[in-house]
Design a protein around this ligand. Sequence first.
Ligand code: BES
Ligand code: MN
Ligand code: ZN
Length: 501
Amino acid sequence: MQTELSSLNLAEIETELLAVLAVDTQTSKDRNAKPELALLTADAAVKAAAAAVLSSGEFKGGVNETVLLHAPAGLKARRLLIVGLGKQAKATVNSVRSAAGTAVRFGKPRGIRELAFALPELASLPLAGSVRAALEGALVGDFDPDTYRSDRKDQSVKSFTVAPPAGADRAALEAGFAEGVMIGESQNFTRALVNEPGNKLTPTILGQRAALMAAEVGLGWEVHSTEKLHELKMGAFWSVSQGSEEPPALIVLRYEPEGVTDGPILGLVGKGITFDSGGVSIKPADKMDQMKTDMSGAAAMLGAMRAIALLKPRVRVIAVICAAENMPDGKAQKPGDVQTAMSGKTIEIINTDAEGRLVLADGLTYAKQLGATHLIDAATLTGACVVALGTINAGAFANDDAIYEKFAAALNTSGEKFWRLPLGEEYAELIKSDIGDIKNTGGRWGGACTAAEFLKVFVEDTPWIHLDIAGLAWLEETKPYIAKGPSGVAVRSILEWVRSY
Ligand code: BES
Ligand code: MN
Ligand code: ZN
């Protein structure tokens, strides 16, 4: 997608489709009160073109609601699309992101390959944030997951132009514009990885893709396999991998900005199970195909690292990705086995399907050994988290309030929804083992919390955030602004959290 910041008045922009935003300014709580629509532009020609449909009552200005006008009088654009932002009081920069995505996804199936998007003029929507969000939304909206269809038609939007209000400070907008492109493309990088099926994205291939990306954006990288796992005594990580014909990949990416030699080192750890059959504790066939997405945490970290390399925050970051395939086999680990993790802790395997925490255990230990002072991990870790929070919020855990506060602040910018869940000694009790130090499941209840408590054993006192994205990594339904399939969740939040250091 070509992206551009226009310097023309809206009426002068020659394009297949010009999108403008509208809010409902009605403040009455009366359910029968009619919407009072306001177009978020001062452009007289656009206002005139939209006046009749806005007063007709057929468009309510609801969130991501659209109405299309052809051959709008007084405009060079061939079509005018009005996108609703909902109630004015609730409209945020995050609504602008969805609205831009909605405009792109409106155009795609209609053969529209060229779009212009009018940045909203509203005091509560800062322009720099809006331009960034618009680019993110447009790029994310443009992504469709049908990569392996032999009759695939390329419906992607070729050109996306953002039109700032007359008199806006362009220099201030340019930074937000560039950021939006880098972030949107990085989120799509993550989504493309998650979309790949297990046979096309083995741990080895994930390692290759990571290395290629790292070389492109100038990150340091290493990709290791079986030998290194043994050398580092990563008994927990290896126990998952041992039942697969596919060798594991231990991927390390380094972002070391020039001149930064002290301060924190942020460690990003990702669960990269390229396919989770459950192992010997095999999963039911129903929906097992979805377990190709079990590397979404790893993919989120890779996307975040890509964005970090491009946006260049002044803080050192390392990523440790633990990629493996979880398969049943004669050589696979068995329930009852005892494994020794890299940290020296012994783990009784109760269920081989609780494999994510095993690979993360050694990934977290290794990130600390590499110097990480603060840790964040992302994983499609538990079905229990999906039961608790549905597909609306992802789960977040932290062993330190200060680190969580920074993450919560990042959510305001990213617009992503995470809900903090508890850790605690009572949960830790549930994973004590009779034969060894801990067991890899804590029973049926509180499964997301006992999984987090398991990870905490390896994190120890290092400030740490754990993101359980099982419910949000894959969208079951298409939304107006994003296709169903891989969401790229957590990329933007992790990036903003990193930038806050
Ligand atoms: N990858 C799954 C978790 C998952 C479930 C991700 C649904 C996405 C959607 C994980 O490895 C797993 O199997 N967890 C088990 C743990 C249990 C055996 C303690 C689970 O949640 O059932
Ligand atoms: Mn599993
Ligand atoms: Zn899994």
